[in-house]
Design a protein around this ligand. Structure first.
Ligand code: ARG
Length: 461
């Protein structure tokens, strides 16, 4: 059979053009969305009398047969069919005969591809949300066991104040929770049917778009056909959502790389999720977090790439838009795999509590506590208290000690107004527990955050 659009052509396409023009090699991924959309379209056409009930039945059966053939791996893809839409339509005509030629009534590939791609994005948005929930569940599990595990909290990658490991895990859980929220907002906003817009201007056929929307689970029907066939905002949104989420994954990955180094030794990644070196027998490399960090770059590229494709396009559909799919497929597949492996790497890593605690004993983590003590207990203005504490830090360094290890005699040498009770403020665990403000790192506050998170997750189940 010649090309379905070949009526006005006297010569066939060259092989080179077929190769250049075709999207079949990658858009065959959309086969199930294409069939789902075509079944809904045929059902709607029958409901308004454009197709007879028998014709509709033949088309639906034919499409279901094609789905089986594809899933059995028996469909012969031929790039001279250009794309998945043409390949399936041609096969339908081959299987059921002339009735198959009626399926494309009141439809264009422009609204068809907009539909298929949107169905793919909507479906995968929900899969990413589920994967994020599973990751959060692991973070919560780790947090539950580590509300009292001291860890140096950092700013500028320098020791700042003591926090607990659960608090640190819950920070990431919050990021992934926002990602879920963002994905849900996008899903809601984009749950709009594009089909029925035809090429760009609508159709003279008396179709029922609301019916198609209902059959496909969309909340509403797009308002302006010209906008609809040229709109790829839904694709940009999932790319942005994935990039943001992968940026969170990447920051986490960076910490895992640092923490698993000899310098930190806060965690030990399990052998199952570590790799060796081909030359250095002693090496155990954190390839998993490194790859997570690296893949984020490619995912960001996909977002910039689609923004760039779209930025100069006049209305409505332009073939440039065929370049919209590969980046989205890649980002979706990358994040689903990344979230899964991050979850497993976290669930199987060892947490070296003692090393975290030891690390807290350098860097004068309770310095702010001494300053606050001077303000509250000695009535010293904060700026001056800050200065005195700075002295105490340099005094401790001269003695090769951490601030938390100074005794009262030494503290009094720094400033005579410091009393015995200051010692308890310098204790690292007391320092952590002092930060009891809403959202703070104290064990009580962390447990409260943990409880809220558990309830949030339970409500979603
Ligand atoms: N393969 C095309 C794409 O992915 C489908 C739409 C083609 N429409 C057209 N008028 N050529 O964008």
């Amino acid at each position: 059979m010649s090309k379905l659009w070949s009526g006005r052509f006297s010569k066939g396409a060259t092989k080179l053009l077929d190769e250049f023009n075709a999207s079949l090699n990658f858009d065959k991924k959309l086969y199930s969305e294409d069939i789902q959309g075509s079944i809904a379209h045929a059902t709607m056409l029958a409901s308004v009398g454009i197709l007879s009930p028998e014709e509709c039945k033949d088309i639906v059966n034919g499409l279901n047969d094609i789905k089986d053939i594809i899933e059995k791996g028996e469909f012969v893809f031929d790039i001279s069919d250009e794309d998945i839409h043409m390949a399936i339509e041609k096969k339908l005509i081959e299987i059921i005969g002339d009735t198959g030629k009626k399926l494309h009534t009141a439809r264009s590939r422009n609204d068809q591809v907009a539909l298929d791609f949107r169905l793919y994005v909507q479906k995968n948005t929900l899969l990413i949300i589920k994967a994020l929930e599973r990751l959060i569940a692991v973070l919560i599990d780790i947090a539950k066991q580590n509300t009292d595990t001291l860890l140096p909290g950092m700013t500028h990658l320098q020791h700042a104040q003591p926090i607990n490991f659960a608090f640190h895990m819950l920070a990431y859980a919050n990021m992934f929770k926002r990602d879920i929220d963002r994905l849900e907002c996008s899903h809601k906003r984009n749950n709009v049917l594009p089909l029925g817009c035809a090429a760009l201007a609508g159709t003279p056929h008396k179709i029922d778009r609301a019916k198609t929307a209902e059959l496909l689970g969309f909340d509403s029907v797009s308002q302006n056909c010209l906008d609809t066939v040229s709109d790829r905002d839904f694709a940009l949104e999932i790319l942005f959502n994935i990039s943001t989420s992968m940026m969170h994954v990447s920051r986490f990955a960076e910490e895992l790389v640092l923490w698993s180094s000899y310098e930190f030794k806060f965690i030990t990644l399990s052998d199952e999720y570590s790799t060796g070196s081909s030359i250095m027998p002693q090496k155990k490399n954190p390839d998993v977090p490194e790859l997570l960090r690296g893949k984020t770059g490619r995912v960001n590229g996909n977002l910039i790439s689609l923004l760039t494709v779209l930025k100069g396009l006049p209305l409505a559909y332009n073939k440039d838009m065929q370049e919209d799919k590969e980046g989205v497929f890649d980002s979706v597949e990358t994040i689903l795999l990344s979230l899964e492996i991050l979850k497993e790497a976290l669930a199987t890593m060892r947490i070296n509590k003692q090393n975290m605690q030891t690390a807290c004993e350098t860097g004068h983590l309770s310095a702010t506590d001494l300053a606050d003590y001077l303000v509250v207990n000695c009535d010293i203005p904060f700026r001056e208290a800050h200065f005195i504490t700075g002295h105490a830090v340099s005094y401790a360094e001269q003695k090769n000690k951490d601030l938390s290890q100074l005794n009262i005699k030494e503290l009094k040498e720094v400033d005579n107004r410091i009393n015995e009770d200051a010692i308890k403020y310098l204790d690292l665990r007391n320092s952590m527990n002092a930060r009891n403000s809403y959202g703070g790192t104290s064990v009580i506050s962390t447990k409260k955050q943990l409880e809220d998170f558990k309830n949030w997750l339970k409500e979603r189940a």
